[in-house]
Design a protein around this ligand. Structure first.
Ligand SMILES: Cc1cc2nc3c(=O)[nH]c(=O)nc-3n(C[C@H](O)[C@H](O)[C@H](O)COP(=O)(O)O)c2cc1C
Length: 336
């Protein structure tokens, strides 16, 4: 009975184990990269002492996703997080199979735990290097990306596998700054409603979030809430001021799973981009908001039979941001 109850309750501000931050603040170069590129409002900047600190948002105790972006972008390795974001109870409880410490890339087995990534890297293929080093980039130069380079990364997407060789994808490449900003502005406004509904403890919020969690299983989570707040802190840009936003569309009539196929194509695009020195970040916030804004979908030319799956911002990274990070355990069952 308790298990059944747990499956249907606790969607709103669930009991969570947060990562712990360790700052070696004396090493800080005051570059602000950790603060500016934190995907949420977790890392803030203390303007008096010119140093970062970690905090929560609303009634969310710590607004951290465990993505380790702050570690990856820090040029002085002065931030470390220990432990992982884990929901301990309720509808979105983290599966216990995943419980364990985070650890660095170990392609040759866990014996590698004592070796630095730099030592392992020499033994990796070029593809593996890009996979382990790629990070979501949220600091972009204003410099435009040449069309030939955009064509080149989309060409990598064209050769992704798809069910029945259906190739059910389409890409809309948006470089019009005014339209990028307009979509960002309107998306932020709409997402603010979700933020306002979710971020505080109250009975009506708990009821509303629980109900929405049945209708929108994947969207009623505390993690994107502080990401919406972050968009305000960086001037309303959900797409991080990137010069290019690529919308990834799927033909809804495709056989098999068009969403999966387009996801595979998108990842090909992303890996090719990083191998060419570009930075990318998947942006789910905008594509979620666009579901409720048909006038903007029309302006972008998203019409039947296509549906919007996700978007990816692309640009030249500001600094060397592609670095390996630690990740949590992957559940594997070996049946031999
Ligand atoms: C489908 C999808 C949607 C995402 N949406 C956003 C987003 O709206 N904003 C953002 O800053 N990052 C977004 N991300 C990036 C994730 O936060 C990121 O992949 C994750 O934290 C792991 O970090 P890494 O990509 O650096 O390994 C998204 C990623 C995926 C795959």
């Amino acid at each position: 009975m308790a298990k059944i109850l747990e499956r249907y309750t606790g969607a709103h501000l669930p009991l969570t184990q947060w990562p712990r931050f360790e700052f070696e603040i004396e090493k800080c170069t005051h570059c602000r990269a950790c603060y500016e590129s934190c995907p949420t409002s977790c890392i803030q900047w203390d303007e008096v002492n010119k140093i970062p600190y970690a905090t929560g948002y609303g009634d969310i105790e710590l607004a951290c996703l465990s993505c380790n972006n702050c570690e990856a972008v820090c040029p002085a390795q002065c931030i470390r997080t220990r432990g992982e974001y884990r929901v301990l109870h309720g509808r979105y409880k983290t599966v216990e199979e995943r419980f364990g410490e985070m650890y660095p890339p170990c392609p040759f087995g866990e014996g590698d735990l004592t070796r630095n990534f730099a030592d392992i890297e020499a033994e990796l293929t070029e593809t593996e290097k890009v996979i382990y080093r790629r990070r979501s980039i949220r600091l972009f130069k204003k410099k435009p990306v040449p069309k030939e380079l955009l064509q080149r990364i989309i060409e990598a997407a064209r050769f992704a596998p798809s069910a029945g060789n259906n190739t059910p994808w389409k890409f809309i490449v948006l470089t019009n700054k005014k339209l990028i900003e307009k979509i960002d502005r309107q998306s932020t406004k709409l997402l603010d409603v979700v933020k306002w509904m979710y971020a505080r403890k109250s009975l009506w919020r708990t009821i509303a979030v629980t109900l929405f969690s049945y209708l929108q299983v994947n969207n009623m989570d505390q993690r994107p809430i502080a990401a919406i707040e972050k968009a305000h802190q960086i001037g309303g840009s959900i797409t991080w001021g990137a010069p290019v936003v690529i919308y990834v569309l799927a033909d809804r009539r495709a056989i098999g799973s068009a969403d999966l196929d387009t996801g595979l194509a998108a990842e090909n695009l992303v890996l090719a981009a990083h191998s060419l020195g570009l930075g990318t970040c998947f942006i789910g916030l905008t594509s979620n908001a666009l579901k409720y804004m048909p006038w903007l979908r029309k302006e972008l030319g998203i019409t039947y039979p296509y549906k919007l799956v996700t978007s990816i911002c692309v640009g030249y990274p500001r600094g060397k941001l592609d670095n390996p990070v630690w990740r949590g355990k992957v559940p594997i069952d070996w049946i031999e």
